[in-house]
Design a protein around this ligand. Sequence first.
Ligand code: GDG
Length: 465
Amino acid sequence: MSRLVVVSNRVPLPSERGAKAGGLAVALADALQPGSVWFGWSGRRSSRGSATTHIQRSEGITYATIDLTEADYHSFYVNFSNGALWPLLHFRLGLLDFRSEDYAGYRAVNRQFAAALVPLLRPDDVIWVHDYHLIPLAMELRALGVTNRIGFFLHTPFVPPAIFNAMPRSSELLHGLCAYDIIGFHTRTYRSAFLDCVAENMGVHADSEGRFIWRGHHVRAIVDPIGIDADGFTKCAIDAARGADARALRDSLGKGSLAIGVDRLDYSKGLINRFEAIGRFFANYPQHRRQLSFLQVAARSREEQGSYQRLRRELDRIVGDTNGRYSEFDWTPLRYMTRAVKRDTLAGFFRLSRLAVVTPLRDGMNLVAKEYIAAQDPRDPGVLILSRFAGAAEELTEALQVNPYDSDEIAEAMHIGLSMELEERQERWRSLHKKVSANTAQRFCTVFLKHLVHPEINPERPTLR
Ligand code: GDG
């Protein structure tokens, strides 16, 4: 039996679990059995950096973390990962800020991760690495003699060669990916984009199953959309909808209804366009004034970065403008919070909402769309408006899909959603719910580990402890 070693940039330590349950921790809950190891950054900056590995154990799982120095934190995390790779992978070349010293820091921290991880490894461990911060990690582990199976899952989109190659050193990043055995993507589109980059930059062509050989190493790119614990989220929503927060929100609406948006405060989430659409909605469909309140929860994120500070100022301006224009003394069209809200409270709010507006300009998957569906009351479900540029759009075809750049289209979809007959709402919701409750977080882990653990025989369930 092999042991699972999960590696991610940030390790959600058991001691810090609370208000903001990390999406990854929730998604991996079933895969992390007693005996598993979770390795990564502690979230702390210290002058000793990665010199010491801190070990914590909880419920049989070992959490092993290292610190970063202030300089490494800035070059690896703030500048290269979030200031160059994140905009690149979300098609935002105008925001890509490449500096070779940051890239050197990114490579150096990946080497530090590898050096700290090697002493913890056993020969039959399977290693599952998450996300764009750690693209070169397998290459660094291989350089230290690690021959274990190593898989990588990318939580963001992947971009076509014409975009990818705008990143200096793009081929080096691609070579890094090819040191993994399995590379997972949320959608077929992202996998194709990756394989197109491999073909164009490396002259290597994959077979129809995403398999190719590079420098003698067998690599396979798979499609494995992430999901949620749908039943768990439904239970949470039912309970929370009876709780004090949901009651207070409902009372504050009077006879009106609620539309909701929940996103990290990030330029990829399309908040500016969405807020413009809300203005258009009240301008184009004045019958909904006083009848609908929009609640946007946008927890602040990556505040060190100029692009996020500028986004926040722009959102403050649009909210002020929209509310100034349409508010009445006893009605506010757009309620806007930049604090995180507790997970169960959010689930209750989803259940109260007649509409969810999920309109990222680009998004790897988008779990909020799935959570909204899981939270609905089957007798009177709300309507999901979903960007066609979210990974979730490939699965959730019965949502009202929109172009997130088109404010008029979003406004129209809001009007259509609010006017939709119960029967059509139920029909759409049933199809969506079927998919959300079939493609769960547990299935996501099982599929990935099946490919990673036993690639040749592909058993139904991986043998892991
Ligand atoms: C990345 C990819 C991909 C949000 N605000 C609060 C809060 N949340 C929760 C949501 C959801 C999660 O955070 C956000 O997940 P998303 O999938 O929507 O977006 P990212 O954070 O950008 O995640 C994304 C994901 O990785 C998984 O692969 O789907 O495309 O970008 O669960 O409900 N939770 C709490 N308070 C908040 O204020 N408690």
